[in-house]
Each structure stands twice: as C-alpha cells, then as structure tokens.
Design a protein around this ligand. Sequence first.
Ligand SMILES: [Zn+2]
Length: 298
Amino acid sequence: MVHHTNCPLCSSGDLNFHLTCRDHFLTGEPFDLYKCGSCNFVFTQDHPGEKEAVLYYDSSDYISHDASAKGFTTALYRLARRIMLARKRRLIIRLTGRTTGDLLDIGAGSGHFAGAMKEAGWNVTGIEPVKKAADYASSQFGIRMLDPAQIGHLPDRSFDCVTLWHVLEHLHDPFTYASEILRVLRPGGKCIIALPDSLSYDAGYYREHWAAYDVPRHLWHFTPGTFSFFAERAGFSLMATEDLPFDVFYISFLSEKYRGTNLPLITGVINGLRFYLAALFRRKGASSLMYILKSKAD
Ligand SMILES: [Zn+2]
C-alpha cells in the first residue's frame, strides 16, 4: 500500500479525508479519497503499489468490449466508440496541422484508437502494460506495441503527437511520464490528455458511486484547476480544454449499476442526457475533458 503523507501534487502536508469509495468493478474493497487543503488535489489514499496494482486489473472485462462480446449495450458502446474515434482523428489532424505523422499512444489498451490512426496514415506506436491487450493491438491492428519500461528507449523528438486517453489517472509516476513525453515530442508537437472531471455534474450526483472514481485503479482525481496546476509544474503549457461528450452516458450507466438501480441502462441514459445537456448549455461540468498541451519551451 502507498500512503501519502504529503500532497502528490504540491507536497503540502495539509491532507483531509474527502470520500470513501468502493472498488465496484472487481474486489468490492473500500478506498478513501483525500483532498489537499492547499491545492485542492483529490487522490486515492493507501492505494496498492505499482506491483500489487496489477491484481486490480486482473479481469477480462478490463479489455473493454472485445470482439466476441454481444448484446445491446455492447452495440451502443461500439457505435459511440466509432463516433469518438472519428472525432479524435479529426482533432489530431486539426491540432497538429498534419494529415500524417508519428503518434505515440500511451495506455493504448486493445489498440482501437491506434488502429484508427494507422488506417488514417499515421505511424503509430503504442505503450500498454496489460499483455493480453497489447497482443490484441499488435495482432488485430498491426501496431508496434511497447512495454511501459521501454518508453525511455524511444528517441528524443520523435513524435508529432502523444495521446493519453484516460490513462494519466492510472499512472503511479505521472511526473516521470510527463518528462518523457516532453522529451519525445518534436518542437511544435502536441500532447492530448483525456481525464474524468471530478467536478462534473455526474460526479456531484453519484458521489461515492461515480464510476469514474474507479478506485484503486484511478489514483488521481483531477479537476480543470488541479490539472492545469499539474501541467504547469510538469513543464507543459495548456493550450485548450475540450469536452468528451459521450463519456457521460457510459459513466452514468455504470454508476447506476454500482448503486444498485434496477434498470441501469435506461436510468443511466436518462441521467446521462441530463448531465450532457447541463454541461452543453453551461459550458462546464462535462464528465470527461481533453486537455491539449504543448511544451513550455515551444
Ligand atoms: Zn496539494
């Protein structure tokens, strides 16, 4: 277990209990979230260390919705994924100003995003610790997959874009990764980091049942404020923040399931729509956000 006596973000010792969540996905164990009184950063306290953490990923479910899965929810999920993949591809072309280039996807999972970018003509490298997922990505999409330990072997200034789709919140050493990302980015390169927002409408509504707390796999529970502080400290400059609009439906469905609702899909879609519209009209509070970064040195 890793016990934080100081804030992992600003090193303050002013840490306060925030909320108890459960590992609804796998073990049912409780984990406490703590909040820093100085910078407001929320993190999972007493979480498994990097080696033990592997046990909390030990389920075939985590390789999300693999090719053999069937059913209505899976069909919906696949449709949303297709729309999101197309949106991400357009976003990367717009942000980098390039139609092709070198892309590093950290936490590539089973490689759907990496595969979509490869199909669009990009040279894609993926990093993924779960071997089963990495094998799927390389056999299914032909992606060059590396183990996280190999990130240090990638040459300096070799990527136009680095992406982390819902990955940074899982990393035990986010500052180390940040400096590796800055090292491998070419001048003018962009980094895109997608994260749940623990100040979103759905987080406020579901509280300890909010699926995007996902303890103990999620170690850090960023908000736009704490993320921009992290980015600044890590050597990035934050260029823009954009919503990831579809995440709220899946998160609401899972959260309804975790709090024991009878018809989680229907309730999740109805509530997801409420949160989606609230975030759309008020231009804040979306379930997940994409942060677009470049090196401070650029
Ligand atoms: Zn702090």
